[in-house]
Design a protein around this ligand. Sequence first.
Ligand code: GCU
Length: 343
Amino acid sequence: MACHVELLLGEPLIMKLRLQHFAQSVFIAILSFSFYGCDKGDGHITLKLAHSLDTGHSVHKSMIFMNERLKDLSNGTMDIEIYPNGQLGSERDSMELLQIGSIAITKVSTSPMEGFVPKMKIFSIPYVFRDEDHLWRVLNGKIGQDLLIEGEAVKLRGLAYYDAGSRSFYTRDKPIRTPKDLEGLKIRVQKSQTSVRMVEALGGSATPISFGELYTALQQGVVDGAENNPPSFYLSKHYDVARYYTQDMHTSVPDILLMSGPIWNNLTTKQQTWVQEAARLSVPYQRKLWKTSSDAALKAVEEAGVKIIQPDKAAFKEAVKGMHDSYKGSPVHELMQQIADIK
Ligand code: GCU
């Protein structure tokens, strides 16, 4: 896959991306020698948190809220230091840093998490959830809660899910109205094999690129489009370049707050309870902010001249039937059926 991406990128952009990656690695290496979620000797614990989103995003605001709750609960003995905008690397990098205890907390999309916890692929399969209520009934029920702790075995301890709505396509040069319109288009996806399969099932050609590199890739025409929820489309300013947003809502991929297994194990039971409670309290706050910010983002891009398209979703659902069938006989298919049975 890396080869495939490099062939598409062209030399100058590849150099730039490599330099960015090198600079990030050096930064991470330097920071790794500092204390990440450790007691600095005075009994105070600062947990480092890295995420890929903008500071105007409901996720970032909810992390600030979580920090306040943690300070209250711990009587000022614990706090969280937030590194937004992918400063410490991609979501994949963050999960790796969590595993070695170089950072304490991250928020990633459950899509790239499938590389660490294969069952997470369920969220990147299109049209598994009927609507938002269905998704949240699943997340708050046994299936979602079991999946949340599934990463413990690989040192990624799930703390909570955050709302990330549903994902839809956006394109630079021509609108997508039916799956046929995706033919021949290079569409950026997250680093998730299931997302690659989803775009290919719909007729497009999938290109995995990390979120931080996507603006340039869209601008330079490395890809013809991408897919995301309205707040990320808006806050990343991808709408500057991609002027068509098609609300086909193919997937409902939640965000997940993860804690480093090694750092978690170093906390006392009391400290663990405070962290878990602060995360839990931040969820209703984030979900409330999400609703308003998602509507506001759609309105803002429309006002900025983006054409919003309401396609007939039936054609998209029909196009991914083969993908759904391909899971028959596997545990994922069983999970899909259990999810479909949840009313
Ligand atoms: C969503 C998600 C991010 C992720 C992004 C992406 O916006 O909240 O965590 O980075 O999608 O497409 O990469």
